[in-house]
Write a protein that binds this ligand. Structure first.
Ligand code: GLV
Length: 325
């Protein structure tokens, strides 16, 4: 029997790729960098399925370039703001994502960023490597405390809740803002507050919201102005949730203590970006879910979504289940 044709926009971990190769006639983009727009539009022509990453913009132009036989788009990520989901739904195309399996890895990483920025670990490491460590000093690289501090979570989905669980082990108070979940589950000690209260009362703010029209530049000059001068901002969600120009001004003027960003706008952050000149900005290259086991599971899930879609079955994880109505 003829295997379905698919385009995979980058080599995903073998746990997923092996499955894709077994079931499909797969064209796997060989580059370390994503295909260019032209290459993407060319390679999708005539395929039955797509495995995509958050670096690929999948809009109606790509769907039309693929053609009417396209049956499924499987994104190896929990976030799917790179895909025009309404355009896919309009074409009856299910879109898959990879939730749950990355919740703990991402929360671990957000917590690690919070501690690294709050306790100035990256700065300390740079200090040692620069040969500046001459003696123990009572006031060297003083950071902020966690015990008793307030953690404000913007977004209280799976990852936000996993942060709240971790924070309880550090004796932190947890407040959160999430318009879709105003009552916390009984087993999690956290209080829902409005956004202004969250900015005013938090010692640490961690972002766990999807990127939507409502959350784009949610962290702007006005919200940063409400934050405590000792507060730390952590972003592991999507870069455009934070207005980086406003963040730069706030960090430079030390109106907040520090920020740790796993995601930026744009990605990668250009090397001449002013944020990279600041010691109180910690920036890492979008790796919050990057543990070996987690990425294996994400790739496997992406393959499962793809294969289900190709067989005409419901995707195990579908972001637009309306296509089945
Ligand atoms: C990573 O950012 C993801 O959405 O999985």
């Amino acid at each position: 029997m003829k295997k379905p044709k698919v385009f995979v926009t980058r080599a995903i971990p073998n746990r997923g790729l092996d499955l894709v190769l077994e079931f499909c006639d797969a064209d796997v983009w060989p580059g370390e960098l994503p295909p260019s727009r032209e290459e993407l539009l060319e390679r999708v022509r005539g395929v039955d399925g797509l495995v995509t990453l958050l670096t690929d913009r999948i809009d109606s132009e790509v769907m039309d370039a693929a053609g009417p036989q396209l049956k499924v788009i499987s994104n190896q990520a929990v976030g799917f703001d790179n895909i025009d989901v309404p355009a896919a739904t309009q074409r009856g195309l299910p879109v898959g994502n990879t939730p749950d399996v990355l919740t703990d890895a991402t929360a671990d990483f957000a917590f690690a960023l919070m501690m690294t920025a709050g306790r100035r670990i990256a700065e300390g490491e740079r200090y040692v490597r620069a040969g500046k460590w001459k003696t123990w000093s009572p006031s060297l690289l003083l950071g902020v405390d966690f015990k008793g501090a307030t953690l404000g979570l913007v977004g209280f989905g799976r990852i936000g809740k996993a942060m709240a669980r971790r924070a309880s082990g550090f004796d932190m108070r947890v407040i959160y803002y999430d318009p879709l979940e105003t009552r916390p589950p009984a087993e999690i000690k956290a209080t829902h507050v409005d956004l202004d209260t969250l900015f005013e009362e938090s010692d640490f703010i961690s972002l766990h919201t999807p990127l939507t029209a409502d959350t784009r530049h949610l962290i702007n000059a006005a919200h940063l102005a409400l934050m405590k001068p000792t507060a730390v901002l952590v972003n592991t969600s999507r870069g455009p949730v934070v207005d980086l120009d406003a963040l730069y001004e706030a960090l430079k003027a030390k109106r907040i203590f520090a920020a740790a960003l796993d995601v930026t706008e744009p990605e990668p952050l250009p090397m001449d970006h002013p944020l990279l000149t600041l010691d109180n900005a910690l920036i890492v290259p979008h790796i919050a879910s990057a543990s070996k086991t987690t990425r294996d599971k994400m790739a496997w899930m992406a393959a499962q979504n793809l294969i289900a879609g190709l067989k005409g079955e419901h995707l195990p994880n579908c972001v637009n289940p309306q296509v089945y109505k």
